[in-house]
Design a protein around this ligand. Structure first.
Ligand code: NAD
Length: 352
């Protein structure tokens, strides 16, 4: 039976990864999460009683805690999702991003390296440290072209700069110490359990509430969108079969302008929950001052992952966004507890 240490597993992508991975048999997961504002134990409620899951509250930067967890649980892999992840917050307060994404990742790498060195040869050979990163490290594209694994790094926000630094540290730990690392750089994810500060869950929540739908600038910034469970399957493919020391880009081949995404959500909600006054929901769209340094276009070439490991996305954007809108309509309690702040009480062990 394999054991994986998953950091940031109470967040959006890490939570989906933990829930989905535990559906298979023969796997134990130890989730380490600091439960920042973005961590939510409600997301992990479906595995609360699963004997193959252990949740530990703590930081990747807490060296002695991580040392203890590694020695106690003897994981076969460390999968690092833990991060400060919201670009707007990084503009307001970059220091926390350096602290977690750079210093925290360095500490996790050092602890993992020391643990890995102690292992018997067979276990050492099979061990993997997989670092989950973003396509934002590559900067912004013009109207054409795509990011590949060899595109030079050109991060433009404090968030992407901190992720770029962590990617370089992971690379250096492979080249310098031989730690068996893997890095994935993925495009924008969407789907269940995403914190409603991010575009898609924010727009769904505000659209249902009849509030203005904020869209930055002219709404024409382009992102490539990937359904979160397709990112999860890509990470497992890389973990299982990726070549040690390599980087794999992950993307959905689904470039959309932000305004197209918002219009798609509005159209779905108009079908599923028409407004009582019969007005279309895109009448709620409100263009707001653009984010400083807002990258214009991201597009990602995931052909290496597809050809080497046989991965491909299972859902196109239209199907994925419909599933996502339905999920948020069916899980209003999960969203509401974030909006009213009560999800933070549960994490402290108090009743909500
Ligand atoms: P998220 O903000 O939803 O979750 C981050 C989780 O990390 C939270 O549960 C938080 O409590 C936890 N955390 C924060 N600091 C920690 C620390 N010091 N120690 C332990 N846990 C800590 O983020 P997400 O969207 O799920 O992103 C997960 C990872 O994937 C991040 O590394 C992010 O850079 C990367 N990524 C995200 C996207 C996306 O579209 N969301 C795309 C590509 C890559």
């Amino acid at each position: 039976m394999q054991t994986w240490l998953v950091t940031g597993g109470a967040g959006f992508i890490g939570g989906n990864f933990v829930l989905d991975s535990l559906k298979g048999s023969g796997l134990r997961i130890v989730t380490l999460d600091a439960l920042t504002y973005a961590g939510n134990l409600d997301t992990l409620a479906p595995v609360a009683d699963n004997p193959d899951h252990v949740f530990v509250r703590g930081s990747i930067g807490d060296r002695s805690l991580v040392n203890d967890l590694l020695r106690e649980h003897k994981p076969d892999a460390v999968i690092n999702f833990a991060a400060e992840s919201h670009v707007d917050r990084s503009i307001d307060g970059p220091a926390a991003f350096v602290e977690t994404n750079v210093v925290g990742t360095l500490s996790l790498l050092e602890a993992s390296r020391d643990y890995w060195r102690e292992q018997p040869e067979a276990k050492r050979g099979a061990f993997r440290f997989l670092h989950v990163s973003t396509d934002e490290v590559y900067g912004s594209l013009g109207d054409t072209g795509k990011f590949s694994e060899t595109t030079p790094y050109a991060p433009n926000s404090p968030y992407s700069a901190s992720k770029a630094a962590s990617d370089h540290l992971v690379r250096a730990f492979h080249h310098t110490y031989g730690l068996p690392t893997l890095t994935t750089n993925c495009s924008n994810n969407y789907g269940p359990y995403q914190f409603p500060e991010k575009l898609i869950p924010l727009v769904i929540a505000k659209a249902v509430a009849g509030e203005p739908l904020p869209v930055y600038g002219d709404g024409k910034n382009v992102r490539d969108w990937l359904y979160v469970l397709d990112h999860v399957s890509a990470i497992r493919a890389v973990l299982g079969r990726g070549r040690v020391g390599e980087v794999y880009n992950v993307g959905g081949d689904a470039e959309r302008q932000n305004i197209e995404v918002v219009n798609a959500i509005c159209a779905l909600l108009d079908q599923r929950r028409p407004r009582s006054d019969g007005q279309p929901r895109n009448s709620q769209i409100s263009f707001v001052k653009d984010r400083p340094g807002h990258d214009r276009r991201y597009a990602i070439d995931s052909s290496k992952l597809q050809s080497e490991l046989g991965w491909k996305p299972s859902l196109d954007f239209e199907t994925g966004i419909a599933h996502t809108v339905d999920w948020y309509l069916e899980h209003t309690a999960w969203v509401q507890k974030i909006l009213d702040g009560s999800y933070r009480l549960q994490r402290l062990g108090e009743s909500a």
